[in-house]
Design a binder for this molecule. Structure first.
Ligand SMILES: Nc1ncnc2c1ncn2[C@@H]1O[C@H](COP(=O)(O)OP(=O)(O)O)[C@@H](O)[C@H]1O
Ligand SMILES: [Mg+2]
Length: 241
């Protein structure tokens, strides 16, 4: 009797051990699957740095032309270091100084070229995707004020999973009245996106300290910003003339 019990306990232990191994293996497979899903959602650029610079200049020119500006996109000592980092990021190069799994938050003074640079990147990215009919989501470039309006008019759900570049992040009013309730659409959207791991890029004139102050998004969202973004500073004064 006692012997039989010992044996079955042994059996249970051994089956449990095997079952545990199977579950651990499953977890590894799920992680590998999620990584693959993320990888498939992100276009890795196939260019050399010199080619990338030429493409940024050419698509930068189209970006400026669309604004009816008769000037060429310039790469100089102020924006070249950021263009280099952007290159390492879009080619998935581990020499990128930040975290390749997070988005880019471009900061700098008014007029130093944040919007034009990230819009140029989105135009180039989307052009490649459309030209080659690739199965990657296009990057949607939107001003935070407009995004807030669109969230109010449509539903928050529409914006949770698609790749976004939020221009002038932090410039929208932080709270809105929604049928008598106070809501914080952009904060809420960022939380949801961070929960599902959607990559968000942004430009902002505000520092991290300001963005996470109580007058802006507060400490809790501020903490999320650290997990969502690589903070990159674009140097230089205003290029407007
Ligand atoms: N790389 C560039 N080369 C030439 N002109 C630029 C460049 N980047 C920006 N500009 C000029 O500077 C202006 C302001 O740039 P913008 O990207 O809107 O600044 P920010 O978003 O940092 O406030 C643009 O309208 C354009 O005329
Ligand atoms: Mg701007």
């Amino acid at each position: 009797m006692e012997k039989g019990k010992d044996l079955s306990t042994q059996e249970v232990i051994s089956t449990k051990q095997k079952f545990c191994d199977v579950l651990l293996n499953d977890a590894q497979n799920i992680i590998a699957g999620e990584k693959e899903k993320m990888r498939r959602r992100r276009l890795i650029f196939p260019f050399e740095y010199a080619e990338f610079q030429n493409l940024i200049k050419a698509f930068g020119n189209t970006c400026l032309a669309q604004r009816n500006q008769d000037r060429n996109f310039v790469i100089d000592k102020f924006n070249e270091p950021v263009i280099k980092q952007l290159y390492l990021y879009v080619t998935g190069n581990s020499s990128f100084t930040g975290d390749l799994a997070k988005g880019l938050l471009l900061q700098g003074k008014y007029g130093c070229g944040k919007t034009v640079l990230l819009e140029t990147y989105s135009m180039l990215h989307n052009h490649i995707v459309r030209k080659l009919s690739l199965n990657y989501p296009v990057l949607r470039f939107v001003k935070s004020v407009q995004l807030q309006e669109q969230i109010k008019e449509q539903s928050m759900e529409m914006f949770v999973k698609r790749p976004l570049i939020i221009d002038e992040f932090g410039r929208e009013s932080k709270t809105v009245m929604d049928y008598g309730n106070i809501s914080r659409p952009i904060s809420e959207l960022l939380s949801l996106r961070s929960d599902v791991g959607t990559i968000t890029h942004a430009t902002s004139n505000f520092t991290f300290k300001t963005l996470s102050s109580d007058e802006f998004y507060g400490g809790m969202i501020g903490d999320r910003l650290k997990t969502m973004f690589n903070f990159i500073t674009l140097q230089g004064e205003s290029r407007r003339k």
